[in-house]
Ligand binder design. Structure first.
Ligand code: ANZ
Ligand code: ZN
Length: 880
C-alpha cells in the first residue's frame, strides 16, 4: 500500500498516484499480439483551441468509460488520441498575437495534453499525432496524388467569397452580413479553379451502406440520406427553336414527376444555362438580369425563400408529347448545379412553378385529379389550391387532360412515359443525387499543401511520390491579407516533374475535413510507411465512435467516403469505418446577465453569481457576488463564450479532482441528452466519493475480512449479498448494452445505501461487506478509476491495474430469493403486498392474501369468485 493515505479521500494525491502507476506500467499501450478480441473505441479528435472545455470532458469521459469497461470484460482495447491541428482559428490567433500559427498550435497541444492526462483517460499516448505535421499529412498528399491519377480528384471553376479590400478569399464564417470580417468590405462572388474529390461516384454506396449500420442513431442516418438526396426521375428532351425559328441544340430537363408532363406550360432554366447565355447576346435586359443573378447567395435555403424572379428568353421549346411550342424562361430558383439546370414547369401542381406563373401571368393547367373526390371542392380543380392535388400522398390520384395517359396513377404514368420517351429516344430514366463533389481547396495558409505543380506545358501535375511531402513552412508571419505561401515566390518556384521546365506549386491548402477523414485509420498503424498497414485490418472497423451530433453530416460522410477510398486502394478490407456511433448531448449551464441602457447585455459567469433555489432546485434569485446586486436569470444555454456561461474543467479538477468531474458528467444525464452543469450536483458527487472512501476505510480498519462461506449466511446476509449481485447485473447491462451510465451510478449508490444499513460485524457479515465493497469499486472503476485504484489497495490488494481485473460476475445462486413479495389485487386493483417463503403452497398463499389487512377491508361484504395466482408476482382475487 505504497502511495495511498487511507484515512481521508484526498483526490489530488490519489489521482497523482494512479496516473504515475499507469504511466510507469504503460498500462494503456496496446498491440496486435493479444489473444483477446480487439475493441477499438474512438472519440472524435479535438481541435487544439487552447484549453479543454466541458464538451470535451463529456465526450472523452464517455469514451473512457466504455474503453475501461470493455478492457475489464476481456477485450484488447485501443483508445487513441490526436489533434486536428490545422484550421482557421490558428491563423486568427496568429494575427492577433503576432505569432506563427504553428507555434500557437503546438503550445496549445502541449497544454491540452497535460489537461487530458489530468483527467486520467486510458489513452495509448504512444500513437498520438498532430495532423499539422509532415509525418501525418505526407500520407494525405500521397493519397490525393493517387486519386488524381485515378480521376477521383479533379479541378474545375467554383465560386468563392472574395474580399476586394484585403484581396483575399474568405471562408464562409469570415463573411459577416455580407461583409469581410476584417475589412468590412462588401464581399463579391468570384469564380476560381478549385480541386474536388469525386464523392458523387460513391453516392449510391454511401446511401446503401447506411442500411448496414444498425449501431448508428437513426437521426444521423436520416440526415445522411437527406444530404445524399437520391431521386428517381426522367431526363426528358425538348427540341428548341431560336428567336428566328431555327432549330437549336435540344434542351434536357430532369423531373421526378413525368406524370405531370401534359401540364407543362413553359420551361425554366438557370441563369448560367447555355441557352440563357445565348439568348442574352442580343438582349441587354436579359444580360443585365443574368449578371444580377450571379450576385447574392447560392445556398438552397436562400433560393427557397427568395422572391421568384425571371424573364422570357424569347426561345421556344417543343413539347415532346403534344408538339406545342412553350416559352423558355430564365428563373432564379433553378440551380445550374442540379440535374440539368432546366425544369419543365408545371404551375398547376408545383409550388415554385405556381408562384412563378402567378407572378408572370403564365398559364396553369390541371393534369392530376383525386381518384374518388368526396365533394365538389375536391372534384373541381382551383389553381389556388394546387397543394390539394400535389402534397397529399395518402390519396389516390389519376391523370386528367393528358390524352392517352388519362386515368393512370403516378406509377403507371411514370412507366408509360419512361417507356415512350426511351423508345423515341426523347429521354431516359435517371437517378439524381443532391450530394455534390467535395471541394477541398482552401485559399488559407494553415492547412496541408495541395501536392500539385503547374507547368505551362504539362498543366496540373501531381507531385511525384518520392518528392512528398510538400512541406508547409512553419516560420511565417501573418498580416491578415493573404497566405504567406502565396506571397513566398521562392516557395512557389519549382520544376515540372514531367518536362523539367520551370513550374509553380499550388498554394491552396486542403479543407481541414481532409485530415479528420482518415485519422482513425492512422492510429492503427503508427510509423507505417503508407497511411495504413496490415494492422489496420486488425483494429478496423472502429467498434465504438463517439462525438458531437454537429458532425452528423459532413465529417461522418467524408469519414465513410475515405474508408471506401482506402478499401478501393486495398488498404483496408471493411466497407464502413465505424460500427457503432454515439452522439453525446450538449453541456449546458445557467446564464446570467444585466441589460445596459443601450440594450446590450453583460453576461456573468455562473461561478461569479450566488443563487437561491426553490425546493425543486430551480433558480429563483441570483446576485453578483462582487456587488451583491441582482442579475437577470437568462435560462440554461449551451456553454459558450458569447453567453459567458462556460465552466472551466481545469478549475473544477483543481477543486474536486478529476474523478468527481468524471462522475458528475456521467451521472447528471444520459449520454445523448443535454447535461446541465451545476456545482451543487458536483458537490454531491464529491460527497459520495468521500463517503465511499470512508466506508472502505472503516471496513478495513478492523483487519482483513475472512473468506465468504455462502452456505453459512443468515437471511439478512443473503439479502445483502443478493443486492450486490443484482447491482452487478444491472450495472453490466447499463454499461455494455444500454450505455446508460447515470443509472449504473445510481445502482451503485443504492448498493452503498443498503450496505450502510447493513450493520453486521460478524465474521460472515464482514465477508459479505468485503464482497459488496469490492464489487462497488470494480463497478465504478470505469468512471472513477483513480479513486477505485486507491480503494482497491485499501481493500487489501497489491497495487495493480484494475482494468486487468475481471469485471464482477453475477453469482446466479445469490439471486435466488428465499422469500418473495407478491402483489395482492382485488378485481385487478392493487390493494396490498405479502411476503411469503419461496416454497409456500398455493393454498397457503390464498389464505395469506385474503388476510392481508387492506385487502381484507376491500373484500368485506363481497363473495370471492376466483383466485388467480401468477407465481412469484401477483395474487388477483376476483370478487363481487
Ligand atoms: C416537374 C415537376 C412537377 C416537378 C411537379 C416537381 C413537381 P428532387 O426531388 O429534389 O430531385 N428541378 C429539377 N432540376 C432542378 C434544378 N436544377 N433547380 C431547381 N429545381 C429543379 O426535385 C426534382 C424536381 O425539382 C424536378 O421535378 C423539377 O421539377 C425540379 F408537380 O419537374 B419537377
Ligand atoms: Zn511540364
Amino acid at each position: 500500500m505504497s502511495s495511498v493515505e487511507p484515512n481521508i479521500y484526498d483526490p489530488q494525491q490519489v489521482e497523482a498516484a494512479a496516473q504515475k502507476f499507469w504511466e510507469a506500467e504503460k498500462a494503456f499501450e496496446v498491440n496486435e499480439t493479444s489473444d483477446k478480441p480487439k475493441y477499438y473505441c474512438l472519440s472524435m479528435l479535438p481541435y487544439p483551441s487552447g484549453a479543454l472545455h466541458m464538451g470535451h470532458v463529456r465526450n472523452y469521459t464517455i469514451g473512457d468509460v466504455i474503453s475501461r469497461y470493455k478492457r475489464m470484460t476481456g477485450f484488447n482495447v485501443l483508445q487513441p488520441m490526436g489533434w486536428d491541428a490545422f484550421g482557421l482559428p490558428a491563423e486568427n490567433a496568429a494575427i492577433k498575437n503576432k505569432t506563427a500559427p504553428a507555434k500557437w498550435t503546438y503550445a496549445n497541444i502541449a497544454h491540452m495534453r497535460g489537461q487530458f492526462k489530468a483527467m486520467g483517460y486510458a489513452i495509448d499516448w504512444s500513437r498520438e499525432f498532430a495532423t499539422c505535421t509532415p509525418e501525418y499529412y505526407v500520407h494525405e498528399q500521397r493519397m490525393f496524388t493517387r486519386l488524381m491519377r485515378k480521376g477521383l480528384a479533379y479541378r474545375r471553376n467554383s465560386v468563392v467569397n472574395w474580399d476586394p479590400v484585403d484581396n483575399t478569399v474568405l471562408a464562409n464564417e469570415q463573411v459577416i452580413d455580407g461583409r469581410g470580417w476584417r475589412s468590412g468590405a462588401l464581399v463579391e462572388k468570384r469564380e476560381i479553379p478549385q480541386w474536388f474529390l469525386r464523392i458523387t461516384d460513391y453516392a449510391q454506396e454511401l446511401l446503401d451502406g447506411l442500411d448496414e449500420l444498425p449501431g448508428w442513431p437513426d437521426s444521423v442516418k436520416t440526415m445522411q440520406r437527406n444530404w445524399i438526396g437520391r431521386s428517381e426521375g426522367l431526363e426528358i428532351q425538348f427540341d428548341v427553336r431560336d428567336l428566328d425559328g431555327a432549330a437549336l441544340d435540344p434542351l434536357r430537363v430532369f423531373t421526378t414527376r413525368p406524370d405531370t408532363v401534359m401540364g407543362v406550360s413553359f420551361v425554366s432554366i438557370a441563369g448560367e444555362h447555355p441557352l440563357a447565355v445565348h439568348a442574352a447576346k442580343n438582349n441587354p435586359q436579359l444580360a443585365a438580369l443574368l449578371a444580377e443573378l450571379k450576385q447574392g447567395g447560392v445556398s438552397e435555403a436562400e433560393l427557397e425563400t427568395q422572391e421568384k424572379r425571371g424573364m422570357d428568353t424569347g426561345l421556344r421549346a417543343i413539347h415532346p408529347v403534344s408538339g406545342e411550342q412553350v416559352p423558355i424562361w430564365v428563373a432564379n430558383f433553378v440551380l445550374m448545379g442540379y440535374g440539368t439546370g432546366a425544369v419543365m414547369a408545371v404551375p398547376g401542381h408545383d409550388q415554385r412553378d405556381f408562384e412563378f406563373a402567378t407572378k408572370y401571368a403564365l398559364p396553369k393547367k390541371q393534369v392530376i385529379a383525386l381518384k374518388s373526390p368526396k365533394n365538389d371542392d375536391e372534384r373541381n380543380y382551383d389553381d389556388t389550391r394546387w397543394q390539394d392535388w400535389y402534397g397529399d400522398k395518402s390519396r389516390e390520384t389519376e391523370l386528367v387532360n393528358s390524352a392517352e395517359f388519362d386515368g393512370l396513377d403516378f406509377q403507371g404514368a411514370f412507366e408509360a412515359l419512361a417507356e415512350r420517351f426511351e423508345r423515341k429516344a426523347q429521354g431516359q430514366r435517371r437517378v439524381n443525387y443532391r450530394l455534390r463533389d467535395w471541394g477541398v481547396s482552401r485559399q488559407r495558409y494553415w492547412g496541408c499543401p495541395i501536392p500539385v505543380i503547374y507547368c505551362d506545358k504539362c498543366g496540373a501535375v501531381p507531385v511525384p511520390e518520392d518528392q512528398l511531402p510538400v512541406i508547409l513552412p512553419e516560420d511565417v508571419t501573418l498580416n491578415g491579407t493573404g497566405s504567406p505561401i502565396k506571397a513566398d515566390l521562392e516557395w512557389r518556384k519549382t520544376t515540372c516533374p514531367d518536362c523539367g521546365g520551370a513550374a509553380e506549386r499550388e498554394t491552396d491548402t486542403f479543407d481541414t475535413f481532409m485530415e479528420s477523414s482518415w485519422y482513425y485509420a492512422r492510429y492503427t498503424s503508427p510509423g507505417a510507411r503508407e497511411a495504413v498497414d496490415k494492422r489496420g485490418n486488425y483494429w478496423l472497423p472502429v467498434d465504438q465512435y463517439i462525438g458531437g451530433i454537429e458532425h452528423a453530416i459532413l465529417h461522418l460522410m467524408y469519414f465513410r467516403f475515405f474508408h471506401k477510398l482506402l478499401r478501393d486502394a486495398r488498404m483496408v478490407d471493411s466497407n464502413e469505418p465505424a460500427q457503432n456511433l454515439l452522439c453525446q448531448g450538449m453541456v449546458i449551464a445557467e446564464t446570467f446577465y444585466r441589460q445596459n441602457s443601450d440594450g446590450s447585455k453583460d453576461w456573468f459567469n455562473p461561478a461569479d453569481v450566488d443563487t437561491v433555489r426553490d425546493e425543486r432546485g430551480r433558480i429563483i434569485g441570483a446576485t453578483l457576488r462582487t456587488d451583491g446586486q441582482p442579475v437577470v436569470i437568462g435560462g440554461t444555454e449551451k456553454m459558450s463564450k458569447s453567453k459567458n456561461n462556460g465552466v472551466d474543467p481545469q478549475t473544477m479538477v483543481a477543486k474536486y479532482g478529476a474523478d468527481t468531474v468524471r462522475l458528475f458528467s456521467m451521472f447528471a444525464a444520459p449520454p445523448e441528452q443535454s447535461l446541465e452543469w451545476n456545482e451543487a450536483g458536483v458537490d454531491g458527487m464529491a460527497r459520495f466519493l468521500r463517503r465511499l472512501w470512508a466506508m472502505v476505510h472503516k471496513h478495513v480498519a478492523d483487519g482483513v475480512a475472512p473468506a465468504l462461506d455462502t452456505a453459512a449466511l443468515s437471511a439478512e446476509q443473503k439479502a445483502m449479498r443478493r443486492k450486490t449481485h443484482e447491482t452487478i447485473g444491472k450495472v453490466s447491462d447499463d454499461y455494455g448494452r444500454r450505455h446508460s451510465f447515470n443509472t449504473a451510478i445510481a445502482a451503485v449508490m443504492e448498493l452503498l445505501n443498503a450496505l450502510a444499513k447493513f450493520d453486521d460485524a460478524s465474521v460472515q457479515g464482514r465477508a459479505v461487506r468485503q464482497e459488496a465493497l469490492q464489487a462497488a469499486v470494480l463497478l465504478l472503476n470505469p468512471i472513477t478509476p483513480h479513486a477505485c485504484h486507491g480503494m482497491w489497495q485499501l481493500l487489501g490488494h497489491a497495487e495493480t491495474l484494475l482494468e486487468d481485473q475481471p469485471f464482477p460476475q453475477v453469482d446466479a445462486a445469490a439471486l435466488v430469493k428465499d422469500s418473495l413479495t407478491l402483489a395482492v389485487q382485488v378485481n385487478g386493483k392493487l390493494r396490498g403486498t405479502i411476503d411469503v417463503a419461496a416454497d409456500t403452497s398455493r393454498e397457503q398463499i390464498e389464505v395469506l392474501a385474503k388476510e392481508e389487512p387492506n385487502t381484507a377491508k376491500f373484500l368485506d361484504g363481497l363473495t370471492i369468485r376466483k383466485v388467480i395466482i401468477v407465481p412469484g408476482k401477483i395474487v388477483n382475487i376476483v370478487a363481487a
